[in-house]
Design a protein around this ligand. Sequence first.
Ligand SMILES: C[S@@+](CC[C@H](N)C(=O)[O-])C[C@H]1O[C@@H](n2cnc3c(N)ncnc32)[C@H](O)[C@@H]1O
Length: 221
Amino acid sequence: MSILPARLRRLTPTRLRDDVRLRALAVGFGLIPPRTMHSPADARVLLDAARDARRVVEIGVYEGASALALLDGLGPGAELHLIDPFGSRPDALPSGWGASEWATRRALARAVRRRGRQAPRVRWHVAHSHEVASRWEGEVDLVFIDGDHSEAGCELDWSSWRGFVAVGGRVVFHDARAGQPGGRGLPGPTAVVTRRFRGEGTPGWEIAGEADRTVAVRRTG
Ligand SMILES: C[S@@+](CC[C@H](N)C(=O)[O-])C[C@H]1O[C@@H](n2cnc3c(N)ncnc32)[C@H](O)[C@@H]1O
């Protein structure tokens, strides 16, 4: 929900629309919604993977658009862990873009208040994902990998988190379908998904769903 109508927002020059400090103020005070980074088809794959999940980890939160989608899709009693170091991240965002921890936390807090008792519990980790993984305990039902988009960064997220995923649980990769029919993506996540899940694949894992830029894989054993 946002105060400024979309028609008015579209009139804003790109230079202003992308200004990190102005965006932070506008997102933080709820004047504009967090920038949407996923298509409806991406969201369907993600929310399908999140169905009935009790513990979800999102790597890469930015302004919070996909975190808000997850928040809406999860039931009360579920835990949503949000991991992002914030600031400027050349391997994760177009040049000059960046999100503010203050603004994103406020956007999520508003959504939690709106859901009231039905809201999942939100846990913040302002850090790099592999640091959080190094002190993590317990199983998770879904890990959404949308942080560092370099091949090494995406591979590190996969290798740091795959062991925590419960049998039947999912890992969802964003920006991972470059060159696939009807697909889009970036070279890093696409290379990781191609190497790990297409062709010979990884024992104990299979592709569970994919569309547009998103691939969901399921742990089978
Ligand atoms: C593409 S944006 C995430 C978009 C968000 N998932 C959405 O759909 O609204 C990438 C984010 O990943 C974060 N990031 C970069 N490296 C990271 C890392 N190692 N661990 C966690 N987050 C990281 C960046 O700060 C940035 O906010």
